[in-house]
Write a protein that binds this ligand. Structure first.
Ligand code: NAD
Ligand code: AOT
Length: 309
């Protein structure tokens, strides 16, 4: 299958690498020129459990891509999604499926502005990845993903895409309710991304803190209150158990969440407004108390001001 990874940073490189190794025709599309140039010149460096592998996968800037693939996987940061969608208009073919795997809430509305509904697949993933520098991806742990079409008529095509992803070892499951899955994953990020960033620790270290159990339940409770306004029922205890299930290093314990990678490691703006900030904004709109999410959002924004000059 011809697959373009649009936003080929840490996660895009992981998915691109795994799909390429499984025999698909993969193109990495990214706006970071240095990254694209190094991948084309030296190959993508894949570091996995201390072993290094150089893999030849073609990479391109968005404006240079002209051929419509069968599948586009979107893996930009939330803030870059809309501008990226604008810049890849040329490769959105009549039958090109577009799978959005970004963290955060509200992306379906953005994708629908640019892509025909019948071609849109939404998903969430528990895979992780990091970038050690341009052209160098670091992989740890295990993962899976959930995917669903937003047009009810596209179930068969979507299940075929799940098969392609699973053949590459990505463990893709067809979701019967991706909106629910998106909210549940937003709770994972709303607890771990913001707390690990504020506390400057990885997921395992966070999970060992005596404050962690109550803290995550307080944050998740507010996500659940807002989700209920959209007809999504989140059971706080069940979701807390999902979060606690990734503390183990065999899952995501060794991982520093992407928000930590952005702000603490690279002094870049975060996706906070699409995660805790989303809940905080909706809390004001619906007059619901979201004090934990308000505080997480304010502290991360304050830290952005301190670290980004
Ligand atoms: P990333 O920051 O690695 O890549 C996103 C974009 O930022 C890419 O276009 C990349 O080229 C660019 N970029 C990265 N470092 C740069 C630098 N130093 N200079 C200039 N540009 C740079 O993002 P990611 O971690 O792959 O996340 C993509 C999406 O997937 C996000 O929504 C994220 O929340 C989600 N996600 C991430 C992980 C993870 O473990 N990293 C796990 C699940 C979901
Ligand atoms: C994560 N991490 O989603 C993934 O880093 O943004 C991220 C992210 C799966 C399980 C736990 C954390």
């Amino acid at each position: 299958m011809k697959i373009a990874i649009v936003g080929a940073g840490a996660m895009g490189s992981r998915f691109g690498y795994m799909l390429h190794e499984a025999g698909n025709e993969v193109l990495l599309i990214d706006a970071w020129k240095e990254h694209v140039d190094i991948i084309n010149k030296e190959g993508l460096t894949v570091e996995e459990n201390g072993a290094f592998n150089k893999v030849k996968i073609p990479a391109m800037l968005p404006e240079d891509a002209i051929e419509a693939p069968d599948l586009i996987i979107l893996f930009t940061k939330s803030m870059g999604l809309e501008s990226m969608l604008k810049s890849i208009k040329n490769i959105l073919g009549k039958h090109t499926k577009v799978l959005c795997l970004l963290n955060g809430l509200g992306h379906n509305e953005t994708v629908e502005k640019y892509v025909d509904r019948k071609n849109i697949l939404m998903g969430v993933t528990l895979w992780t990845a990091g970038l050690a520098g341009p052209g160098h991806v670091v992989l740890t742990g295990d993962g899976s993903l959930e995917v669903q079409n937003i047009d009810p008529n596209m179930e068969v095509e979507t299940k075929e895409i799940c098969n392609i992803l699973s053949q590459a070892g990505l463990k893709a499951h067809y979701s019967e309710d991706v909106i629910f899955s998106t909210w549940r994953k937003a709770c994972v990020n709303g607890t771990l991304n913001s707390c690990c960033t504020i506390l400057d620790c990885n997921i395992k270290e966070f999970g060992e803190l005596k404050e962690a159990p109550q803290l995550i339940r307080n944050i998740i409770k507010e996500f659940a209150d807002i989700a209920a306004k959209y007809g999504v029922e989140l059971n706080v205890e069940e979701v807390a158990k999902v979060v606690e299930g990734v503390y183990d290093p065999s899952q995501a314990g060794a991982h520093y969440p992407s928000m930590h990678q952005d702000l603490i490691q690279n002094h870049r703006l975060t996706e906070i407004d699409y995660i805790n900030g989303y809940v905080s904004r909706k809390g004001k709109e619906f007059n619901i108390n979201t004090q934990y999410n308000d505080l997480c959002t304010a502290i991360v924004h304050a830290k952005e001001q301190l670290l980004i000059k």
